[in-house]
Design a binder for this molecule. Structure first.
Ligand code: ADP
Ligand code: ADP
Length: 227
């Protein structure tokens, strides 16, 4: 089974069509670059992948399980989304509490929650940040807290919206290493990005969207054919 299967998906905001018969499938462990101009439908697709929105028509399946309004809350734990702006995702007074939020919602016991927090903070290079206030951290550190919060849920698929935006070159390198580590641990990783060089270097699969449809999909070589 595919990690992500999108079949003939259409999505409307009121009478505005954001996705128009979108279909693709992604294998487990892929590194996917989701590309396309603003308004192409990337954010809408991301909202459908973790069950935040339901398709107007068509279907989305994660590891063969179709997302419906009834099971969306379960799939939200399988597909973790890191939004572009960490300030949309961080709201607890301490880093530790923030990263614990997801696992606590899963109803895990306190010991397991604390283990997951420690592991996730280690993975993003923020060991010992548990009792710090997230609001006094740098933008790059905040983004890593948001990523840790998602990793602590132990998702199968992680989707990051423009994770490199506003980072200095050193933070970008660290983040790229972290993406590689996620891949090595078997996660299917999707990154929405405008950065052609990054996509060419990092991705195994490229999805190029335009006006709610797939303009092209395949290996990164297609980046050098498409406009
Ligand atoms: P991208 O993430 O690629 O920039 P979006 O998914 O945000 O694309 O947008 C796809 C289309 O849907 C655009 O035409 C956009 O204007 C429209 N759209 C996005 N969000 C909303 C919304 N909340 N209400 C109405 N239209 C929206
Ligand atoms: P988009 O790429 O979706 O058009 P923007 O580029 O406007 O979005 O910015 C995304 C978010 O990042 C915004 O909420 C903005 O406040 C925030 N942001 C923009 N520049 C910086 C920066 N240099 N440092 C921290 N946050 C920033």
């Amino acid at each position: 089974t595919s990690a992500i299967e999108v079949r003939e998906v259409t999505f409307h905001y009121g009478n505005r069509q954001a996705l128009n018969g979108l279909s693709f499938s992604i294998g487990q462990g892929a590194k996917v670059a989701l590309m396309g101009p603003n308004g192409a439908g990337k954010s809408t697709l991301i909202a459908l992948l973790n069950g935040l929105e339901q398709p107007s028509a068509g279907e989305v399946a994660i590891f063969g399980k179709r997302i419906s309004s009834g099971n969306a809350h379960l799939l939200r734990t399988r597909v973790g989304v890191v939004y572009q702006d960490p300030d949309d995702q961080i709201f607890s007074p301490t880093v530790g509490e923030d990263v614990a939020f997801g696992p606590r919602n899963l109803g895990l016991d306190e010991l397991t929650i604390q283990q997951r927090v420690t592991e996730a903070l280690h993975a993003v290079g923020l060991d010992g940040f548990d009792s710090r206030s997230p609001f006094e951290l740098s933008y790059g550190q905040k983004r890593r807290v948001a990523i840790a919060g998602v990793l602590a849920m132990k998702p199968d698929v992680i989707v990051l919206d423009e994770p490199m935006a506003f980072l200095d070159p050193k933070s970008r390198d660290q983040l790229q290493q972290l993406l590689e580590k996620m891949h090595e641990e078997g996660l299917t990783v999707m990154v929405a990005t405008h950065d052609v060089d990054f996509a060419a270097e990092w991705a195994t699969d490229v999805l190029m969207m335009k006006e709610g449809q797939l303009l092209a999909s395949g290996t990164p070589e297609l980046l050098f054919d498409a406009e």
